[in-house]
Design a protein around this ligand. Structure first.
Ligand code: UFG
Length: 343
């Protein structure tokens, strides 16, 4: 019998790609999502790739009773991967309570449901935002956690602390927290990808929308940073590579290979790339030119961050593999696919 894994936020960007990788690795998947920031049609995309539809429950994780009832309906659940969360940094500055309530309450409800139903294994979706602007690069898991620069970032820090405290208290929960750098790209089939609602805040969706003509020009936020070409540097990781790290983490937990307490891993490529380098790589990869213009720095942006991935490479046995240009081609194919669908 296949092992059942619950993927919260599984119709979202990283969640949907992870559902695919889990199913292709032979797991059964139950997606729990309230669809506030994703669409039900994503399930069709997953089915087109894997040949099967994942199980699905439309549910808000803040609904404690609903979650308890849901766990009771799936008694064979072995593990949870928890993606579901609000994630827009500027919105979190404007509406902190919305972020604290949703992101923390849903985590607390999930951990309670796990305890009450004897589900032991937990993978948490964290972020490199917990490091702020690191003093030393590349950033390792031992780098100091800096004061969060947004309520969103703070929910990720507090969430890791909650999980850690629950485990320290002796509850039968084992956890891996994955700190993502900058996920980009889409599934190579273009059946699933990122679906930003409204104007995208992130670089690659804004870039592909500009390249296809939905936006007039890409604004490069600052060329006066202390980096090799003046634009800000990030560690861009293919979303499929990133998703595979979740499968590896589940395998590790189910095989009992994890260490005690919460294990933390950086998920990135280990390579820092500037905004100008991303623009150049996109043009090289696709042959599509577009307009861009340098404007002022964006408030709250850090100068540069990229991962030391030694821990994930050695302990998880996972490595980012897909080359950048290939990744950007998947982002472009996805942009063309959704424009064809939506007109
Ligand atoms: N950028 C532009 N133009 C744009 C959009 C972005 O120049 O239109 C630049 C940004 O200034 C930054 C880089 O491209 O230098 C990447 O920006 P993103 O918005 O794609 O990603 P961030 O690194 O700012 O944000 C990501 C996640 C957040 C997370 C944060 C942690 O999207 O959820 O990392 O630092 F909180």
């Amino acid at each position: 019998m296949k092992e059942l894994i619950i993927v919260t936020g599984g119709t979202g960007y990283i969640g949907s790609h992870t559902a695919v990788e889990l199913m292709e690795a032979g797991y059964d998947v139950l997606i729990i999502d309230n669809l506030v920031n994703s669409r039900i049609e994503v399930l069709d995309g997953i089915e087109k790739i894997t040949g099967r539809k994942p199980l699905f429950e439309k549910l808000d994780l803040c609904d404690r009773q609903g979650l308890t009832d849901c766990f009771a309906r799936y008694p064979t659940t072995r593990a949870i991967i928890h993606f579901a969360a609000h994630k827009a940094v500027p919105e979190s500055v404007e509406k902190p309570l919305k972020y604290y309530e949703n992101n923390l309450l849903s985590l607390i409800n999930l951990l309670n449901a796990m305890k009450n139903h004897g589900v032991r294994y937990f993978v948490f979706s964290s972020s490199c935002t917990v490091y702020g602007q690191p003093d030393k690069l590349p950033v390792t898991e031992e780098s100091p956690i800096k004061k969060a620069t947004s309520p969103y970032g703070n929910t990720k820090q507090i969430s890791e602390e909650i999980i850690s405290d629950v485990i320290a208290a002796g509850d039968a929960i084992e956890a891996i927290s994955l700190r993502y750098f900058n996920p980009i790209g889409a599934h190579p089939s273009a059946h699933i990808g990122e679906l930003p609602l409204g104007v995208p805040a992130n670089l690659v969706p804004y870039l592909t929308q500009t390249a296809i003509g939905v936006r007039e020009e890409l604004r490069v936020f600052g060329d006066d940073y202390n980096t090799h070409d003046g634009s800000a540097v990030r560690d861009y990781i293919n979303v499929v590579d990133l998703s595979r790290a979740h499968v590896v983490s589940i395998n590790r937990l189910l095989a009992g290979k994890n260490a005690q307490g919460i294990e933390v891993f950086n998920l990135g490529t280990g390579k820092g790339l500037s905004v100008f380098e991303i623009i150049k790589a996109f043009v090289n990869a696709t042959g599509v030119e577009f307009k861009y213009r340098v404007v002022n720095r964006r408030d709250g942006d850090i100068e540069q961050v990229y991962a030391d991935t030694t821990m994930a490479n050695k302990v998880l046995g996972w490595k980012a593999e897909i080359p950048l240009e290939e990744t950007l081609r998947t982002a472009w194919k996805w942009e063309q696919t959704i424009r064809n669908q939506t007109g």
